[in-house]
Design a protein around this ligand. Structure first.
Ligand SMILES: [Zn+2]
Length: 136
C-alpha cells in the first residue's frame, strides 16, 4: 500500500525530520498552517487512533509536549494547537494516524483550514531552528 508517511519513516521520501525514537517520528508538515507546524506519527501504519495499541498512542502523545516546547522556542510562537483527526469526514487527509502541533503567533489569526504550500527552503530554515532536547 502506498503511504506518504510510511515512505518518510522508511526514508523513501524526504522530510524535515525533527525527532524520532523507536515508536514515533516527528517532522515538519509540508503544508503548514504556520511556521513550525509539526506532525507526530507512529512508525507503524495505523489509519486511526482507534486502531492503535495503547503503547503507540502513549508514545505519540508523550512526544507532544517536548515537540511543542521546542517548536515554540524556535519560532517565537506564544501558543499552540494540538489536533488529531480520524477519517476523511473529520478532515484526515493522509490515512496514517498523526498528531498536529501548530504553533501560533501573537495577534496573528490564521484559520484552521487555510493551508499554504511552502517552499522547501523555508521548511529547511525552520527545521534548523528546532532543537528537541527533552523528548522521551
Ligand atoms: Zn503509513
Amino acid at each position: 500500500m502506498e503511504c506518504i508517511f510510511c515512505d518518510i519513516v522508511a526514508r523513501k521520501r524526504p522530510a524535515h525530520i525533527l525527532y524520532e525514537n523507536a515508536r514515533i517520528i516527528a517532522f515538519l508538515d509540508k503544508y503548514p498552517i504556520d511556521d513550525g507546524h509539526t506532525l507526530i506519527v507512529p512508525k507503524k501504519h495505523y489509519e486511526r487512533i482507534t486502531d492503535m495499541p495503547h503503547e503507540d498512542v502513549a508514545a505519540v502523545f508523550t512526544a507532544v509536549s517536548p515537540v511543542a516546547r521546542s517548536v515554540m522556542t524556535a519560532t517565537g510562537a506564544v501558543a499552540f494547537n494540538v489536533a488529531q483527526n480520524n477519517g476523511r469526514d473529520a478532515m484526515q487527509i493522509i490515512p496514517h494516524m498523526h498528531v498536529h502541533v501548530i504553533p501560533r503567533q501573537a495577534n496573528k489569526t490564521l484559520g484552521w483550514s487555510k493551508r499554504t504550500i511552502t517552499d522547501d527552503a523555508e521548511l529547511l530554515k525552520v527545521s534548523k531552528l528546532v532543537r528537541i532536547s527533552q523528548a522521551p
